[in-house]
Design a protein around this ligand. Sequence first.
Ligand SMILES: [Cu+2]
Length: 154
Amino acid sequence: MPRPSIPTASLAVPLILALLLPLPLAAQERSPAPQGAEAYIIEPADGAVVQSPVTVRFGLRGMGVAPAGIEFAHTGHHHLLVDVEELPPMDQPIPADDRHIHFGKGQTEVSIELPPGRHSLQLLLGDHLHRPHDPPVLSPRIHVTVEGEAGDAR
Ligand SMILES: [Cu+2]
């Protein structure tokens, strides 16, 4: 049976590409944040006792809000971290799950369902590629208590 011959050159090109491509991406510099840029939670107040759904309003000083995918200096979009104890790595795109909520359309508030009990909320700005800026624009972490009988929401 004749064996198919694989020309080595055709293999070498994709291999070289595969080796080279991740490098420029990984080495891409993070978007700079201007000095004094600040993210903060306008509402609710730290320590507030609230009812679900909770309206969270996002504040940003010294930078602008732009939708994800739009590369424009000193802008970004908000990410709401809910009950996140350990911050995600600051040199990688912010994870997207129910504790790391992306507002890629440039939203500046959300109404979020939270079960009764104590929760933490924190904002982290991400650039057009969902990466934290350099330095990261991270709000203080606040805590709220959602009213309701234990077991109400589950
Ligand atoms: Cu994002």
